[in-house]
Design a binder for this molecule. Structure first.
Ligand SMILES: NC(=O)c1ccc[n+]([C@@H]2O[C@H](COP(=O)([O-])OP(=O)(O)OC[C@H]3O[C@@H](n4cnc5c(N)ncnc54)[C@H](OP(=O)(O)O)[C@@H]3O)[C@@H](O)[C@H]2O)c1
Length: 313
């Protein structure tokens, strides 16, 4: 990749897309472009084709997707399947037709089998039944990942994929209906502190084990893969470290400086007992995360506090 290459980041305003734009610009890439959902609906095959015809990007990062929490996935599986498959087909085919020199496709560890070996190696993909709560999304994403492999195999296109673990940081989604566990906790503890509430209620038992990666670290890994990786298999992106949801809650409580109690609502689902990525391959390529959980949570909370107006609540 050259510093002057035209790099199109699809989904450039989302949690992942905005971090990748920051990382590319910080690394001296001067020609990074994006289009808002309003400017370019990636569900429109003609719209995507016209955009590629006009802009002719050299490199593409596909960080646009219909993303959501357990409730959203449960209530709208058809939309999650259709929208993600349509976006991927439109963008991947145009990347081929307009001969972009590199495409990075983003999967997510929630598309690995529900009961995968832990830590989860890349070749665990498609080896068992999926987590029901996000099956539609998972099948769509798996199709995207495999498409990149098939375009590389049939046409020699340099289309690569990565599989980031749970991410958090600036521009995250704080809407309690659709958000992931980390932003939900940051918002709940912040609002409890502001309102002087004596306790905060959190879902589940607090025992599940989870891995969290600060999104700017993830973006750094994505640019690293764009610059150094052309393999057919996707690459996990994570820290290789896990905490219990209870330990996460204590870390967020400390960052927010909330003095009250935590109450666990065990009637609410815990989700899969453990989800940790195997990052041997990524480490073998020469990349390691830099921002540990405590520092990352403090940075995420600082962004939330400074951007509460703009945050997706
Ligand atoms: N969040 C995580 O923890 C996580 C972990 C691993 C992997 N990932 C992967 O990262 C990718 C992005 O996720 P994210 O967390 O960054 O989601 P996000 O914050 O919701 O960003 C998604 C972006 O895609 C845009 N978009 C959606 N549908 C579109 C359409 N039809 N046309 C144009 N733009 C559209 C959205 O724009 P609007 O908001 O304007 O609709 C939004 O800016 C996904 O592929 C996901 O699998 C995320």
């Amino acid at each position: 990749m050259k510093q002057t290459d035209k790099i199109y980041v699809a989904g450039h305003r989302g949690l992942v897309g905005s971090a990748i734009v920051r990382s590319l610009q910080a690394k001296g890439y001067t020609n990074v472009i994006g289009r808002t959902h309003k400017e370019l609906d990636l569900l429109s095959q003609q719209g995507v084709r016209d955009f590629f015809e006009k802009e002719r990007p050299d490199v593409v990062v596909l960080a646009a997707a219909k993303v959501g929490g357990i409730n959203a996935n449960n209530t709208a599986p058809a939309e999650f399947a259709y929208e993600n498959m349509q976006i991927q087909c439109n963008v991947i085919q145009c990347c081929h037709d307009f001969q972009v020199k590199k495409l990075l496709f983003l999967g997510s560890t929630c598309i690995y089998p529900r009961i995968a070996p832990q830590p989860i190696p890349e070749d665990a993909l498609l080896t068992g039944p999926l987590e029901e709560t996000n099956e539609a999304y998972a099948i769509a994403k798996i199709a995207g990942l495999e498409m990149c492999k098939f375009y590389k195999r049939q046409y020699g296109d340099d289309f690569i994929s990565c599989m980031p673990t749970n991410l958090y940081g600036p521009h995250d989604n704080y809407d309690l209906e659709g958000s992931h566990v980390m932003p939900a906790m940051i918002r709940k503890f912040h609002e409890a502190k502001v309102n002087g509430a004596p306790f905060v209620t959190l879902w589940g038992t607090g025992t599940p084990l989870r891995e969290f990666l600060y999104v700017d670290d993830m973006a750094d890994a994505c640019v690293f893969l764009l610059e150094h990786y052309s393999g057919e298999q996707h690459v996990n992106i994570g820290t290789g470290k896990e905490v219990t949801i209870r330990e996460l809650a204590e870390t967020v409580k400390k960052a927010v400086e909330y003095e009250g109690e935590i109450v666990w609502n065990a009637n609410m689902p815990d989700g899969t007992p453990r989800k940790l990525t195997d990052v041997t391959k990524l480490h073998g390529l020469g990349w390691q995360h830099k921002i540990d959980l405590e520092e990352g949570v403090a940075l995420a909370y600082q962004w939330f506090r400074e951007n509460v107006e703009e945050a997706r609540l």
